[in-house]
Design a protein around this ligand. Structure first.
Ligand SMILES: *[C@@H]1O[C@H](CO)[C@@H](O)[C@H](O)[C@H]1NC(C)=O
Ligand SMILES: *[C@@H]1O[C@H](CO)[C@@H](O)[C@H](O)[C@H]1NC(C)=O
Length: 249
């Protein structure tokens, strides 16, 4: 067993993944790009810190860079921050919007029902988390990524609005529909608060309203290229259902 497999995560040790020693001991499991990204972020943080000392908004960027490297995720290295025009007017048409149909379901499925994924114990330790080991796959542990679970939850809420259409599919063993929906609302709330998108939205006058109407569409600084994340999941995920076996205590 390596050090990473036997020792618990030490909060004082959060920069440990940056050290080449830490990298060397888990070379088998930790992608090289992860280390490269950490070094890049550390350098970037140092530069931004220097800039923030001279005033300006650099300080906000530092904490962003730090939080990006604080918690390990095999997906973090392909997040690729980018600017995105979010088109969100009431009349905006989208394959994700509107009355239920096979087409709408397929679009939602593509972004939320991504394949399963597994990581090594060393990777679990880097993220200070635990999971179940896959049966017959030594040192492979089942994980999912939060963004896809949140989208799955949002899709569940969307389906709840069209109960008559989806009634059969909303049944979930072990949890009532209301408890499931409540869980989804609460986890999406906390995620939105966590990511606190501070993009400004303007207002405009419209003939039919006496109050100013918000302009919902805007350019956003997105921490990730979602399309890339999703493509990566479909390329690298796998169906692990047959390895998920409940162990008796
Ligand atoms: C690691 O996880 C444990 C148990 O969940 C928790 O008590 C501890 O605060 C975590 N440490 C860090 C640095 O997040
Ligand atoms: C949709 O709404 C926006 C904002 O109110 C408006 O500028 C645009 O012309 C509308 N588009 C259509 C196709 O109705």
């Amino acid at each position: 067993m390596t050090k990473a497999e036997t020792e618990p995560f030490d909060p004082e040790d959060k920069w440990d993944v940056l050290s080449s020693a830490a990298y060397a001991r888990d070379q088998r499991t930790i992608p090289k790009a992860w280390l490269a990204m950490n070094i890049t972020f550390l350098t970037l943080s140092a530069i931004l810190f220097g800039l923030s000392l001279r005033g300006g908004a650099g300080g906000a960027c530092i904490s962003h860079a730090q939080s990006s490297i604080g918690i390990y995720s095999p997906l973090a290295m392909i997040k690729e921050p980018q600017r995105v025009w979010i088109d969100a007017e009431i009349n905006t048409t989208s394959v994700f919007k509107g009355a239920p149909s096979d087409e709408v379901d397929e679009a939602w499925s593509r972004i939320s029902d991504v394949p399963d994924f597994s990581v090594s114990n060393a990777e679990l330790q880097l993220a200070n988390m635990s999971s179940i080991e896959l049966y017959g796959m030594p040192d492979r542990h089942l994980v999912q990524f939060d963004v896809f679970h949140n989208l799955h939850c949002l899709n569940y809420l969307r389906k709840s609005i069209y109960m008559d259409y989806y009634r059969e599919k909303l049944h979930h063993s072990g949890i009532s529909h209301l408890d499931h929906a409540d869980h989804c609302i609460d986890i999406i709330r906390q995620s939105l608060q966590c990511h606190s998108d501070t993009t400004m939205l303007g207002f405009e006058w419209r003939p039919q309203f006496s109050l100013p109407a918000p302009i919902f569409s805007a350019v956003h600084n997105c921490p990730a290229n979602f399309q890339k994340l999703t493509d990566w999941m479909w390329d690298h995920g796998e169906n692990l259902k047959e390895y998920i076996v409940k162990q008796s205590e």
